[in-house]
Ligand binder design. Sequence first.
Ligand code: FES
Length: 189
Amino acid sequence: MKEFSLGNKKIPAGKRTRRDFLIYAVGSSLTTVAIAYLFPKPSQSREVDLETLCSLYPQNSRCQNYLPGVKAQDTDGKIIQADTLLAIATPGIPIAVKGLPNDSVDYLIIKDGPQIAEYAINPICTHLGCTVEWHLEKNHFICPCHGSQYDSLGRVVHGPAKRSLPLITVVVKQNQVRLVETKPAIDPR
Ligand code: FES
């Protein structure tokens, strides 16, 4: 008689119950998903590798034609050109941008030069997760929930928060400003 396996058990075909069959089917599906996750197709893994490599090392020779992340937009949803932005940017004053999922806002950092820094501030308060906003007149990010304040690089200047604001990666290339939703390789603070 034909059998099929359920864990260590061998079950004759005639004695299968509907429940056994469902367990067998779910188990097979999970195994297939796990194998696909652990051993992605060559093209998929190359794509993931390039995304990581070109986020961390955008000038690498393999990244010449690869732009990681997504295009940064201004708060009205217009795509930002790096040269246009730099023409009006002031070093030390963060610039709100969009582009990452959920319409979230991040803040580009403008360094002396002016230059767009390789990182941007993700304005999620490290106390309890409220969204902080940049207050130009105070030159600080201020949390509306319990009053934490951060300087223009996201470092705490007033509690209750104890840790700096999180960062995301920024790649400026081919006159584009690209936002990558991962931490930069080095936190410069
Ligand atoms: S959540 Fe920002 S200070 Fe509490």
